[in-house]
Every structure is written in C-alpha cells, then in structure tokens.
Design a protein around this ligand. Sequence first.
Ligand SMILES: *Cc1c(COP(=O)(O)O)cnc(C)c1O
Length: 400
Amino acid sequence: MSGKVSDSASWGNAPQAAAGSDQPFIPLAIPTITDLEVARVTDAVKSGFVSSVGPFVEEFERTFAELVGAKHAVACASGTAAIHLAFAALDIPRGAEIAVPDFTFVGSSNPIAYVGATPLLVDSERETWCLDQELLVEALEERVRKGEPLPAAIEPVHILGQPARIDRLVEFCVSHGIPVVEDAAESLGATWSDGAFAGRHTGSVGTIGAFSFNGNKLATTGGGGMLVTDDAELAARAKHLSTQAKVPDIGYLHDEVGYNYRLTNIAAALGLAQLERLDEVKARRAHVAQRYDAAFAGTGIVTPPRVPGFDATYWLYSVLVPDAGYRDELWKHLGDHRIGSRPLWRPLHLQPPWQSAARIGGTVAEDIFARGLSLPCSFDLTDAEQDRVVEAVLTFLENR
Ligand SMILES: *Cc1c(COP(=O)(O)O)cnc(C)c1O
C-alpha cells in the first residue's frame, strides 16, 4: 500500500496532458504509506486519544530529539508554527530584523512577519544554493565596525535537504549573542560529516531548529512540525505558547497570549511510523538522486549540490536547466508527457509582501529560481518511471 495519502500540492503542477498521451501520470513527490503507518494511526484512533493529549505525542518528541541529537523537542501543528514559536519563545521584539535567505519557501519568512519583525534577505551561494554566509558575516562585521545594530536573529535554511554552510555564521552569532533559528524543514536526516559540525544533524547546531512534516516532506504526519533545542527554558516556553499559554493545574489561567499549535496524537502516531522508516526513505532518495546525476552528467543540466562533508538528503531532486529561457517550456513538456515537475521558489524579494525588504548580495537566488525545476522523486518511483522522466528531459533538450 502506498501513495494513498497526498495533498494536491505534492503532485506538481500537471498541465493538460497532450492529446493521445495514455502513459500513467508520474507524480512529483508523494508520501509513502505502508501497513506500519496504518497500524500506528489505527492504534492512536482506537486509544481514544485523538487530540493533542496522548502518549504518541511525547514518544514522537523523545524519538525525534534522539534522532537529531537535540535535548528537547516540541511537536507542533506545522513547520511554520515551529518557526513562529521559535521567534516567540526568543521574545524577538516587534520591529526587529531577522536575516533569512532570499531563496527559500515563504514558510521561512511568514513567521518573521507574524512577530512584527522584518527580514534581511541574503543571497545564496552557488555551491550549496543556501544562504551565503560570507556575504552576511561581512555585512554584519561592517555593522559592528560602524556601531550599527545587528539582527535580532539569524534564520539559515537548509535548502532542499542540503546542509547550509554556516560554521562562520554560527561562530559570529555565538560571539555576538545572536540566536540562530535553523529552518530545517526540508533537511530531516541531513548531517555534516566534516568541519565544525561533523557528526551533527542540521537543525541541531543553532539555538533552535525547526522541522516540517507536511505531506510532501521526507517524513510526514499529514501536517505537522517539530521545534528542537538544547535549552530547557526555551523548550518549555515554546511548549507553553503552543498550548494557548495555559498554566497547568490551575483552572483556566493563561499567563500570556498563546497559540493553538500542538500536534495531535493521531498525527504523532503517523510520524513515529515514518521515523522508523526514515533510513529506508533516505536510501531510496539517494538511489534516485544517483541515477539522475549519472543520466544528466555532461548534458549541461546542473544537478543538485554535492559538497564533501555535507551529507544532503534529497528532499526534492531539483536541477537547473542550462537556459532560463525555456524552463517553463520544459515544465510544460513534462506535463504533456504526464510527468509532474515544479519550478523552485521565486525569491522573497520578488514576492509582494517583501518587495521592499533590505537585501544583501547579487542574483544567485534569481538565477536558481529562473532555471530551477524539481523532478519526480517519490519513494515508489520505479527505475522504469525514472527512465521515462530522463528521456523526456533529454529529448526536450536535444530538440531545442
Ligand atoms: C515546508 C517548509 C516550511 C513550512 O513547513 P509547513 O509544515 O508546511 O508549515 C518552512 N520552511 C521551509 C524551507 C519549508 O520547505
């Protein structure tokens, strides 16, 4: 049993199929649901603990914290909620500035607005497609020299399962007392095997890390997220805020404005089953990535970052086409061949809410957006289906 749970966003935009195309549709990325997930969720439903109180929530938090090497984990209703709770728990003041990559999904930046802060958009580096720490640290060091204020927090994002290069940045933040909130929504299971963070998981090296279990992420709870930290006080504060700031054991006392951001027991049960299968899912993604890498070698297609010492998981397998001029045409071509694909994110500075945000750097983010396309990489994608994708991409390029 597989692929039964999906949300439409996971399928990739499938333009109208070409006339006569009778091939089965290959989705972009759909979850893998087996009997294990069904059994766990059934247990949760039968237990009667369907809401956010229940044994699976705590077991999910414990298991997750251990998996990523953090002391505390707080299960949340979404990854966006986890990031919002991180800023709220850190008491980021209204009007503050938070540095975030220009090239990311809006789930990274919306919580900045929720707490009344403004983003400082930082361009990406070519090698990892993640925030360019050299650009940011240089700009911040310049501010230090001029006596100008520093951001209230830094939010690096591990894009598409690729660990960001943040060793220098974290060092700068530690020495200036700036909290680092890692957006690890896309990088569950990704680690560093060399350098300052060797042996660590993405999401575990900052002050707080946030993960997502949305339907299309590497592990899903249907919808959900996790906040991790080694700081017991921050974890307790985040958990408190996630449960309407209700003070336990006193009749309905809410000591501040909180949120209804807890994960449900049913969702946690699904998450536990997914975590049990994470190694299997990671291995499958690596297999798919390796086959795409080999097929696209020497074709002019830029394959996803591979950085020694940075052990990416392939949340999505995304490529840069040689020429931005026909990215949308290729997207449509794949749709005509009943293959789901999707462009990468439009940089934040091109989104209406952040058009006037301060920005550091050049046009790498714009280039990744203009040329980027994610290709099918579901757990159940067969080699034969993948060959169909490769052939459709290569024939398109040959006929240009
Ligand atoms: C998915 C995602 C989020 C938000 O997670 P949700 O669970 O969908 O709220 C945040 N940041 C990034 C980079 C993401 O990819």
